[in-house]
Design a protein around this ligand. Sequence first.
Ligand code: HEC
Ligand code: HEC
Length: 295
Amino acid sequence: MFMGGDIMHRTFSTLVGSAAFGLALMGAALADPVDDTLVVEAPAGEITFITSTPAPDHLKDTMDTIYSGWLYRETETRDLQRDDFDNPGMVFVDRGLDSWNKAQGAKGESCAGCHNGPESMKGLRAVTPRVDAETGKLMTVENYVNECVTDRMGLEAWGMTGDKMKDMLSVISMQSRGEVMNVAIDGAAAPFWEAGKALYYTRTGQLEMSCANCHEDNQGLYIRADHLSQGQTNGFPVYRLKDAGLLSVQQRFVGCVRDTRAETYKPNSDEFKSLELYVASRGNGLSVEGVSVRH
Ligand code: HEC
Ligand code: HEC
């Protein structure tokens, strides 16, 4: 208590984290995110991504700069994202496009039949989660998709983290590739944002760790081979090499909470939806990466 509070806190959380991951304390090396630029040759032209930028106003007291998780990955992993032919996530974008065009509603409806091409979804990924003006509900992209699947196509809801949903998420996300994340946090969004923020700073599990303990206090630290990022969501859905598949934002949250040995919330719970909004707002200013690649 007589030491600098920050130092005490840092040492403590490093210890807890390290012990949990079976790490020798010497493994707690700090490293900055790399200095690199992400440019992707896309069919519609070259896209240069914003992977680091000044922190949004609401984080100004906490940090100066926000960084995409891309900057924390190894060279080989980063390279996979520079070229769509190498990006293993593009397979799911293609599948999503097939699903978009397919007559699969109870009466043969297709997404394309009502929305035309997927480019009609341009911009959506950069501003969600958001509060729907008519219903006052907090809506993720998944929620919008399922609203159409059930109410407008007469089908059973798609599983929130199932393949159909994630294929569709990837094709919708791609329409906003390169756009700047800009979720609203004021007005109708404020109570959801506050709830998400509270969760972000709540310690959970046997390890009594919060999101902030890892992604704010200890970002830059290595936990085993994992270079701890700021836990940004601008890259989602993510192709995760470890799982050889796509991961949605809330699926990633489940994994992180489990790592603290806590009971986790379910994808699409009110808690995780609010948390998704809050975490997205910490990345306001970074580019949507469409489908990114992480280890
Ligand atoms: C029968 C027509 C119809 C079908 C079929 C349909 N939608 Fe929709 N969709 C709408 C309408 C109407 C809205 C609300 C108004 C709007 O934003 O266009 C909407 C809204 C959306 C939104 C929110 C868009 C925004 O900017 O707010 C998404 C995402 C969406 N639909 C995805 C899909 C997907 C994916 C499919 C196929 C699985 C699909 N829709 C099938 C009519 C349809
Ligand atoms: C014990 C440490 C720890 C805690 C606590 C933790 N995470 Fe993570 N998280 C990780 C590690 C390790 C990774 C993988 C490396 C990286 O991207 O940082 C990760 C990755 C992520 C990513 C993916 C980033 C990307 O660009 O791919 C997000 C998003 C994320 N975490 C959010 C959260 C949220 C929200 C919470 C709180 C519910 C949380 N994390 C709690 C360790 C943690």
